[in-house]
Ligand binder design. Structure first.
Ligand code: GH3
Ligand code: MG
Ligand code: MG
Length: 447
């Protein structure tokens, strides 16, 4: 026993109790027999309910003890004609409830009247006449209240009434009805725990908890109520299927949103990032660089005489060239760098954690790689493709996104002016005024 509903310390085993053994072996609800509780010391009948893991294996038994008082109370509230008695018996014929309480019929002992006991145990239910110890004949009605998984009847209700000459058939029918009422009441009490608490309440709790979790965004929550065939389990199954659909739709939606977001920041022709992305990203990158005290380079690239490609080979060929260039730029950057299509045939590459010299070298490599490209369109070679590149660095030349881009652009146009197919790194001499935070220990870059 690992825990209990009332204060209790120590170790107790319930392994020998009938309700425990049957619940464990059969995996089903089982009612025990008259016993003296090992914790309470009270006379009781225990109800055992198996706890199962996901594979249906019994891992424990939860039980509730019904003090004999509970049975007595039910018996006392059952409407009976005068001199009528009601007795509740366990599976062994031991009295576990009685009204009225009399010395001759003691709780915890077998029903003293052997003939009555035999008659009750000969059939699950029935009506018979028998004489009491005092010789008075009585009418007995008995009924099984529940059934254990091993087929035994754990609780029987026995109602008896005095049988006089005056009893007519009609009166007997009345007695039967009264006994039926008593049995129904008893069933109701037992059902209150077995039906309501164990199955209904627990399953409702599971349903509510799962609904709460799903509502708070945990779409992976499931009730797991699939094992039984009752209505609540059906609701659980429906709920889980609904949660499954919700989760699937949520995933589809997230995927669609992600795709949309990707599209919004991607250039469809080259697959590189677009200007929108660059303008969103650059301020963040500048902040990071500022925090880390590192430099960041922007390389602006513009294709030389690109109009000629369009004019001589057509717009489609121009597009093809832009695609190839995009692929080349993507190939020539590191994981932490970003390549964007800045506009028509202009590109920008952001190098995080760069030095002036490092950025120049990378720009040179790109320039040389473009020059080496051997492109063709419709079988005709596209020769002489070159690019001009302008480089500006944060924080040496600018500490703001727009100025940094402008400085790189100006360097690019210097390269154009100087004859194209070359790299110009923004001169240290025209470095922008620096904020004290970013400029403190930085020497001007070589250009
Ligand atoms: P340079 O830059 O060396 O001064 O000469 P350029 O011929 O490249 O001149 P400019 O930058 O003014 O012209 C760019 C041309 O690129 C103009 C435009 O038709 C073409 N262009 C811009 N976007 C695209 C595009 O998506 N596809 C194609 N095929 N052409 C484009
Ligand atoms: Mg151009
Ligand atoms: Mg241009």
């Amino acid at each position: 026993m690992v825990c209990r509903g009332i204060p209790w310390r120590g170790t107790i085993t319930a392994a020998d109790r009938g309700y425990f053994r049957r619940a464990r072996e059969s995996g089903e609800f089982s009612i025990g027999e008259y016993q003296t509780g090992r914790v309470t010391g009270l006379e009781a009948v225990n109800f055992g309910y198996p706890l199962k893991d996901a594979d249906g294996k019994v891992t424990g038994v939860i039980f509730i003890g019904f003090d004999l008082d509970s049975f007595n109370r039910v018996a006392a509230t059952t409407p009976l004609p005068e001199d009528g008695t009601i007795t509740v018996l366990d599976r062994n014929g031991v009295v576990i409830g009685r009204h009225p309480i009399i010395k001759a019929v003691q709780a915890g002992q077998k029903l003293p009247n052997r003939r009555v006991l035999e008659a009750v145990f000969s059939r699950p239910s029935g009506v018979f006449e028998a004489a009491r110890a005092d010789g008075l004949k009585r009418l007995y009605v008995h009924e099984a209240v529940a059934r254990n998984p091993d087929g035994t009847i754990p609780i029987r209700v026995l109602v008896s009434l005095p049988l006089g000459e005056i009893f007519t058939d009609a009166n007997r029918a009345l007695v039967r009805n009264l006994a039926g009422l008593a049995i129904a009441t008893m069933l109701l009490v037992l059902g209150a725990w077995y039906g309501t608490e164990v199955f209904v309440l627990r399953n409702i709790r599971t349903l509510l908890d799962t609904a709460r979790r799903v509502r708070s965004g945990d779409l992976g929550a499931r009730t797991g109520l699939h094992r039984e065939k009752d209505e609540l389990n059906q609701v659980g199954r429906e709920f889980d299927e609904m949660a499954e659909t919700l989760q699937r739709r949520d995933l589809d939606l997230k995927k669609a949103m992600q795709e949309l977001q990707e599209q919004a920041i991607t250039d469809p022709l080259t697959g590189l990032h677009n200007t929108r992305y660059l303008r969103e990203l650059l301020p963040r990158e500048l902040l990071t660089a500022k925090r880390k005290g590192t430099a960041l380079a922007v390389i602006m690239i513009d294709v030389d005489h690109f109009k000629r490609v369009n004019d001589s080979l057509g717009h489609e060929a121009g597009d093809e060239v832009l695609k190839e260039l995009g692929a080349l730029f993507k190939k020539s950057i590191r994981g932490s760098d970003i390549a964007c299509r800045y506009g028509g045939e202009e590109f920008a590459i952001i190098l995080a954690d760069a030095t002036s010299e490092g950025a120049r070298r990378r720009a040179e490599d790109i320039r040389a790689a473009v020059k080496r490209l051997e492109l063709s369109h419709g079988g005709k070679p596209i020769g002489g493709l070159t690019v001009s590149l302008g480089v500006a660095l944060f924080p040496y030349h600018a500490d703001q996104t727009t100025t940094l881009l402008r400085k790189a652009d100006e360097a690019l146009y210097q390269a154009k002016g100087a004859g194209r197919d070359r790299v110009v790194v923004r001169d240290a001499a025209d470095a922008a005024p620096q904020s004290s935070a970013t400029a403190k220990s930085r020497s001007a870059p070589a250009s």
